[in-house]
Design a protein around this ligand. Structure first.
Ligand code: FVH
Length: 293
């Protein structure tokens, strides 16, 4: 062991797809002795050239470290890989950064507990190039004490956010946050198509759009308080006013031949709130439409 590796925890990474390779690279860059395994062996070559140890089997990979990170395609793949090595995992900490549903995460946590395996479920809130950047979040759920124990190691991947003891919450937050991302992408791309029809470059519009998102985020903070209170005073802008405003967007889009399905959906949601008698409330009231109320 050289000086760089002194006091650094051994880590194993199972699954070397795009994300698993980025995770292993971050551990290596931080000086952690890192053991890797992947179904398609060749994906480990570049990591081995940088100093990682190649495990010949999943069991050998698990037995090399107290902290075992798995990041493969889905939970069925996690089960296929890890069920046969449950005895080797006993007494170690398994960090599952594979995406899945909250129900799958809770079932995996139950399996781990039944086999004496410490279990943290995680959600990586970035793409592989963002791994290792502390401004990006990695969500963890299921075992706050294990996260505290391994925080200094897991920090090299991104900012660890503790969501508490329910192992399903990292997946639930992940699903919700991805939904938010797709909605933002959709709105931004629709708007970029709209202004682009009149010759505005995407990068010019996006500079303003990013500034606007800061204001939108401020609206959301205020609306979150209304949601938690269950009261939606329309003291800033009512849904009625926004029904009129979205008419301008629909008109501008129609005049430019821009697909109107996204603003059409927003109008439908607003109308549902108006039809239920809430046109004078704030936009936050639309959460009740999503809740089916
Ligand atoms: N890439 C991203 O930006 C996102 C960011 C958020 C988190 N996701 C999740 O991370 C998991 C892995 O995603 P990925 O991008 O690394 O995916 P791939 O590059 O396609 O690599 C998939 C790895 O899974 C292995 N694998 C698949 N099925 C099996 C199986 N039955 N047994 C063993 N390993 C399996 C695959 O092995 P191979 O094809 O190389 O042999 C890769 O190592 C995923 O949950 C994302 O949602 C990434």
């Amino acid at each position: 062991m050289n000086a760089r590796h002194m006091n650094k925890q051994n880590v194993t990474v199972i699954g070397l797809g795009q994300m698993g390779r980025a995770l292993a690279e971050a551990f290596l860059a931080a000086g952690h002795p890192t053991t890797v395994w992947n179904r398609t062996e060749g994906k480990a070559d570049a990591l081995v050239a940088r100093g990682a140890a190649r495990a010949a089997t999943v069991a050998e990979a698990v037995e090399a470290s107290g902290l075992v990170v798995v990041c493969v395609l889905d939970y069925p793949a996690v089960g296929e890989l890890l069920a046969p090595v449950a005895a080797s995992l006993r007494g170690r900490t398994l960090v599952n950064l594979t995406s899945g549903s909250p129900e799958q995460a809770r079932a995996e946590a139950k399996w781990a507990a039944e086999h004496g395996i410490g279990y943290l479920d995680g959600g990586i809130m970035t793409t592989p190039p963002g791994v290792g950047d502390s401004s990006n979040m990695i969500l963890y759920a299921g075992a706050p004490a294990l996260l505290d124990e391994h925080r200094s190691t897991l920090e090299v991947l991104g900012d660890p956010v503790d969501l508490g003891p329910d192992a399903g919450l990292a997946s639930l937050y992940d699903a919700g946050l991805l939904g938010l991302m797709w909605s933002v992408f959709g709105g931004w791309l629709h708007a970029t198509a709209l202004v682009g029809a009149d010759g505005v470059a995407a990068k010019d519009f996006t500079a303003l759009a990013n500034r606007w998102l800061k204001t939108v985020s401020w609206f959301m903070t205020g609306y979150a308080e209304q949601i938690d209170a269950g009261e939606y005073p329309g003291a800033d802008a009512t849904i009625d006013v926004q029904v009129a405003a979205i008419g301008h967007l629909l008109h501008a889009g129609e005049a430019r031949g821009v697909d109107d399905r996204l603003p059409g959906l927003h109008l439908e949601l607003m109308r549902a709130a108006v039809d239920a008698g809430h046109g004078g409330d704030s936009y936050a009231r639309i959460i009740e439409v999503f809740r089916g109320k």
